[in-house]
Design a binder for this molecule. Sequence first.
Ligand code: ATP
Length: 361
Amino acid sequence: MTSNRRFHIAVMPGDGIGPDVIDAALTVLEAAVGGAGFTLDFEHLTAGAAAWRDTGTAMSQETFERAKAADAILLGAMGLPDVRYADGTEIAPQLDLRFRLGLYAGVRPVRALPGGVRPLADPRSADIDLVIVRESTEGLFASRGKGVVEDDRIARDTMVITRETCERLFDTSFRLARRRKVRGGRGKVTCVDKSNVFASMAFFRRIFDECAARHPDIEAAHHYVDAAALDLVRKPWAFDVMVTENMFGDILSDLTAALVGGMGMAPSADIGDGHGVFQPAHGSAPDIAGRGIANPLAAIQSAAMMLDWLAERHGVEACAEAGRRIDAAVATVLAAGHPRPVDLGGEDGTEAITRAVIDAL
Ligand code: ATP
């Protein structure tokens, strides 16, 4: 029985353009969910760089507990360039969320849509449809806050790869490839590493191969990260799911976002065994904050990913259906060419784009 299912969604708008794009995503969610047979209850929570500046706490323990208790977390963006800790690092409680909630899989899909921006001249770029799965709790980022500088002479950050996280990360990637295959995907997972140089990366690849053997229906491939960067520009349409270490994924997912129009078009999900945080891949974009011109489509597509994840997790098909309707509405708006977001070469602001998505629904 799926009717009347209520989901508690923790909403963290954050800093800069975060509140603008989250407002847009919530409006679209409300329009998509109305009468669909389930309900979303939104709870707004304050966290981020402005919160730290105003209250001395970037994310209070109470806020964290509220977010942890929710069925899913919808997040805008956090961090402001001029609000920093004494050591010069940015205030980024969203990174702490990844560690504290064990969100090991950063899922970052990139799909070329008719009417979207395609910087590559090759017509096959119309077929780009890939996902980067970025390990998000260890790798080189395990060193965050722990790196050392000795005598102003030498600095060290340490890469950490664990079997436990890798196994869950790779299994998530193969399951994702299988779910995409049902919808017409290639059914392929590529492990992106630097196993020809680093022991940690050879270990990463070995565990990948072990997991691949448990998923014989899905093709498994390998790529060194440098060659992957080359091929993501030369022939990105050849990839399906790509799974990689934290730092490599951080870099490659910005590259792949550029293949379809940049950060305003890049949704993401940080997923663990018990929790999911859904947020646009972009940051707080202080250069355009407060001007009403942020592209809300990445946040709106992140909200659609949230519905798909809730659907899979709780067996509520109406939820997946609402997510698909949102994705289809985004595609309709892009294909129409008007209104068009400023970062895609148009002249229309956040509100006009949001309204168009709702009309398309
Ligand atoms: P972070 O370090 O948090 O990832 P960042 O400073 O690297 O953040 P962003 O905040 O993502 O980067 O901004 C990068 C560029 O992309 C900026 O020029 C910004 O204006 C632009 N940008 C990001 N998001 C959007 C959006 N939703 N709409 C339009 N432009 C955007």
